[in-house]
Design a protein around this ligand. Structure first.
Ligand code: UDP
Length: 253
């Protein structure tokens, strides 16, 4: 295979120049990081599962008219996406209290919030992705007021879609993070859901048992992360045919 030009290497994905102008190949790695990369490990099969799960969610969003950067999955670890300019915000939607909001507001983990709450963090690893308000976003020009109206509406549509899809398979969508990209068509720009949507960026709890099926399994050492993500994929009917974490080959007589 011809050598491809690497554009960017992140914590969980590497981006390569795509085959056509305006396209990018996203390669999903097995690397897991938490607490601003202070905790790290390689979790065999995680990249394969996130690639397939993100494809599933992005395609579903496309089917209900929510624009995404997703074009097609290329293989078990790679997908082709439209190149876009990432708005430097992590857009977080919360349905139940977990993680940082519990610490910040003294809420008990699992408390149902009165309504979905959308928060914005400024994407900057060195600063630990601080929470920012719309005032900061407007003042520093990260997004316009029109962008913010569109981002809020996109975030809530993604939340309704994801909550419904998860509810149907007995999983509670506690919270999630999305990233938004700008795509330019001449002078015209539109916003799309970019990056990935996977158990790396969501909190997913079993409806009945409360079992965690997301990256908190890694953050808090609660068990095998690939097993948790495989359970999500299995319930959604997208489990890869060759389970990535099948372990060592066994001799067949
Ligand atoms: N999240 C993420 N990337 C980040 C920060 C948060 O994907 O850099 C996700 C996280 O997995 C959770 C949601 O956003 O589903 C809310 O995260 P929170 O603010 O509680 O952050 P945490 O305390 O987990 O770092």
């Amino acid at each position: 295979m011809a050598r491809r030009k690497k554009i960017y290497e992140g914590k969980a994905k590497t981006l390569y120049e795509g085959p056509e102008p305006g396209t990018i190949v996203q390669y999903f790695k097995d690397d897991a990081t938490a607490f601003n990369a202070e905790k790290r490990d390689v979790i065999e099969g995680k990249g394969v599962l996130n690639n397939i799960l993100s494809e599933f969610f992005m395609l579903g969003l496309g089917q209900i008219g929510v624009p995404t950067h997703f074009l097609k999955r290329l293989n078990m670890r790679e997908q082709l996406v439209r190149s876009c300019e990432i708005i430097p915000l992590e857009v977080i939607v919360r349905n139940h209290a977990a993680g940082s909001i519990c610490k910040r507001l003294g809420l008990e983990e699992g408390t149902q919030l009165p309504r979905p709450i959308v928060e914005y963090c400024y994407k900057d690893d060195a600063l630990g992705d601080p929470l920012v308000t719309e005032e900061h976003i407007a003042a520093f020009g990260w997004a316009s007021q029109q962008d913010m109206d569109d981002i809020l509406s996109l975030a809530l549509r993604v939340n309704d879609f994801m909550s419904g899809v998860m509810l149907a398979v007995g999983i509670k969508l506690v919270d999630f993070k999305i990233e938004i990209g700008r795509i330019y068509d001449g002078d015209f720009q539109r916003l799309v859901i970019a990056d990935e949507i996977s158990p790396d960026s969501c909190r997913l709890w079993d409806q009945k048992t409360g079992q965690k099926l997301d990256k908190d399994v890694f953050r808090r050492d609660l068990g095998n992360l690939t097993d948790a993500y495989s359970e999500v994929a299995r319930r959604l009917g997208v489990m890869p045919t060759n389970p990535p974490a099948a372990g060592k080959p066994t001799l067949v007589n």
